[in-house]
Write a protein that binds this ligand. Structure first.
Ligand code: AHN
Ligand code: ZN
Length: 330
């Protein structure tokens, strides 16, 4: 009897050891499992936060200013440092009031020889007017654009760092569009919807590479506030419902269902309109708020759009979701 008990005991210990070594009792090594499940890098939210802060530290990135020129140079250098082939697409574009703006779209191409590509984008300029500020005295002051501008670029720079360190299967292009936020101020009358997104409008008419194609595009705009959600934006759903599904499903799978809400938000004029007009099915990941009259974060187009209202958790949620989508794409 004692012998039989001891026998069961030994078999039991062996089983525990076997299971313990493999995580799952599949007989496969841990390495096999990693290869099967893919090695998706861990997005570093603090690094993204720092990239946001560095942009804001340049000052107001308003077209035509010294801060704008310096930021453009820094962004191009950062993309190149992470291994991208960089194109600076420079032109003069005309604002709603006839002002001539020196515009620079910054395009980072990773593995440009690959035919299967994903396009990621964000606008890097900041708005010259805080025309939505509660204090009218501030309406002609520029905004720091920590969330409106720098947040999307910060997330994409952190993604660029990962792509540089570990190539995904897909080729990736990152475009930082200029002059998105020079749209006609609130005190201008009339329909000014085409006064926004001047950089992406220019790019759509002068694509950086003949015959350029991407499987799809993802635009990030205002992705750094705390406590707000991402809704399925109207035009994104119209042009690229399958990409909305892909991104929202991914977010849910990795634990961000509470941020990426399974509901529709408003229709937003943004750079993705022109990414779509260039023939690339594109979506806009943008925080919306049912609680403010503009529908965006409370500091939108105010002098308070600064680092105090940037939440690394939100940057991390968006960054890890987009990074996962990219590395899972084959
Ligand atoms: C309009 O207000 C028409 N579009 C919002 C686009 C935008 C402004 N994104 C950031 N700032
Ligand atoms: Zn804006």
């Amino acid at each position: 009897m004692e012998k039989i008990l001891r026998y069961y005991y030994i078999v039991g210990v062996l089983l525990i050891l076997l299971v313990g070594c493999n995580g799952k009792a599949t007989g496969k090594s841990e390495k096999d499992n990693m290869v099967e499940e893919q090695n998706i890098p861990a997005f570093n939210a603090d690094s993204a936060y720092s990239y946001v802060a560095q942009q804001v530290a340049f000052g107001y990135r308003v077209p035509g200013t010294e801060a704008h020129r310096k930021t453009a140079e820094w962004l191009a250098n950062e993309l190149a440092r992470h291994g991208a082939d960089v194109i600076k697409q420079e032109a003069v574009v005309e604002a709603y009031d006839g002002t001539k703006l020196p515009m620079c779209n910054i395009i980072g191409q990773f593995a440009p020889e690959k035919n299967n590509r994903i396009l990621l984008a964000a606008h890097w300029d900041s708005r010259p007017w805080a025309d939505h500020d509660s204090n009218p005295d501030n309406h002609r002051q520029p905004i720091a654009g920590a969330n409106d501008g720098a947040s999307g670029v910060g997330v994409l720079l952190e993604i660029a760092r990962h792509i540089g360190a570990q190539q995904p299967t897909m080729g990736v292009d990152i475009i930082f569009f200029d002059a998105e936020d020079y749209g006609a101020p609130a005190w201008e009358a009339g329909d000014n919807s085409d006064s926004w997104a001047l950089g992406s409008q220019y790019w759509a008419k002068h694509i950086h590479k003949p015959g350029y194609r991407a499987r799809y595009g993802i635009l990030l705009d205002m992705v750094g506030a705390s406590g707000l959600c991402f809704y399925r934006e109207y035009f994104s759903h119209h042009y690229a419902p399958h990409i909305i599904d892909k991104v929202w499903d991914c977010a849910e799978r990795i634990g961000y269902a509470s941020l990426f809400v399974d509901a529709f938000g408003g229709a937003i004029t943004d750079d993705h309109i022109y990414m779509n007009s260039a023939g690339i099915p594109s979506i806009d990941i943008i925080q919306m708020s049912p609680d403010t009259d503009a529908g965006f974060f409370p500091q939108w187009h105010t002098v308070d759009d600064n680092m105090q209202h940037i939440d690394a958790y939100t940057l991390g949620a968006v960054g890890q979701t987009v990074l996962t989508v990219i590395y899972e794409e084959k």
